[in-house]
Design a protein around this ligand. Structure first.
Ligand code: KG4
Ligand code: ZN
Length: 326
């Protein structure tokens, strides 16, 4: 079995995954609450919180899977990209466990992990497919080939989709993370009341841009003033959320046309969004795999799912292995 560890941002995660990476026996996610009062993730606070929690989270992942380290024959860990101090905690824990038991270590790219969540959701899925990753740090479209190699088709030229949602939510005085907060505030709101711009709409390239949207919200809020903003909150939230989602759906539909892929995977924290999930199912006439929300946001099961098709570092050569922020 594979023990997987993920600490790239503000979730301390460990999971036990079946050898073929297609089934999670446990998936423990501890979301750090230390950042709440800052309205965003503070890197140094994140690494210290990971350090306090990591042992307990790993122990629980083994207990939940009704197993112990004697059943583990590989350790997988996110080595990049992410917050460097946060990544290092997971990498050190993984090295320690793998070295103590003479096991191989598998260094996993976080983005490949997000895509691999699709194999847990749909165990028979095989590449090629087109994949969108929309998270707090990344928004990119890839073509994943038969060898599981990722080829970039397009990406955001400025903010990530999740970042746009987080910043918009913050301007509207909503909580962090912004995606779920906006989704809640948008309840009952009219999505067409405010016309926020969808960038690069007509272009044939597959890039995204969200910075104009954010500026447009800023000007709109200045115009409205505090009291009207409060009254209009559900409509503002609904219209802003809809603009982010429309930008993603448009490019996905375009990618499906251009690349004639037999399937499409949508992953990353923003893929947990109900409006996006609903709209894609209605719009795309293609096999669509969107993992359940708890596998879209950061977790370690997805890192274990990427492990079988990622080269392993043999014992004890990984001791010099490093984490990377990009
Ligand atoms: O993949 P993820 O958990 O962490 C990164 O690797 O960044 O993604 C976090 C992002 C945040 O920007 C958050 O606002 C967004 O995903 N998110 C959502 C939802 N849940 C999380 N966005 C829209 N709707 C949601 N339900
Ligand atoms: Zn992520």
């Amino acid at each position: 079995m594979i023990l997987a560890i993920e600490t790239s941002c503000d979730d301390t995660c460990a999971a036990v995954v079946a050898p073929d990476g297609r089934r999670a026996l446990s998936n423990v996610v501890h979301t750090q609450t230390e950042h709440d009062r800052y309205g965003g993730v503070v890197p140094e606070v994140a690494s210290r919180a990971h350090l306090e929690r990591i042992d307990g989270v790993i122990e629980r992942s083994l207990a939940d899977a009704d197993t112990d380290l004697t059943d583990i024959d590989r350790v997988a860990v996110t080595t990049r990209p992410g917050l460097i101090g946060a990544l290092l905690v997971g990498v050190a824990a993984a090295k320690g466990i793998a070295y103590a038991r003479s096991l191989p270590l598998i260094p996993v790219n976080h983005l490949e992990g997000h895509i691999a969540a699709a194999y847990l959701a749909e165990p028979t899925l095989e590449p090629p497919f087109v994949a969108l990753i929309a998270s707090g740090g990344h928004t990119a479209l890839y073509c994943v080939d038969q060898n599981h190699s990722m080829h970039l088709l397009g990406e955001t030229l400025d903010d990530a989709a999740g970042e746009a949602l987080d910043k918009g939510a913050r301007m509207l005085g909503l909580g962090f993370p912004g995606g779920p907060a906006l989704q809640k505030a948008a309840h009952g709101g009219d999505r067409s009341r405010y016309d926020f711009p969808v960038a690069l709409k007509g272009r044939d390239n597959l890039n995204f841009s969200f910075s104009g949207l954010k500026t447009s919200l800023l000007y709109r809020l200045k115009e409205l003033g505090e009291e009207r903003t409060r009254e209009e909150l559900p409509h503002l939230a609904a219209s802003y959320e809809a603009a982010v989602i429309e930008a993603l759906v448009r490019k996905l539909a375009r990618a499906a046309d251009l690349h004639e892929a037999p399937a499409m995977v949508v992953a990353g924290g923003v893929a947990a969004n109900a409006l996006l999930r609903r709209t894609l199912k209605e719009t795309l006439d293609i096999k669509l795999v969107i993992p359940p929300p708890r596998l879209c946001t950061d977790n370690a099961a997805m890192i274990g799912a990427a492990a079988p098709h990622t080269p392993a570092a043999a014992y004890p050569h990984y001791l010099s292995l490093n984490a990377r922020s990009v």
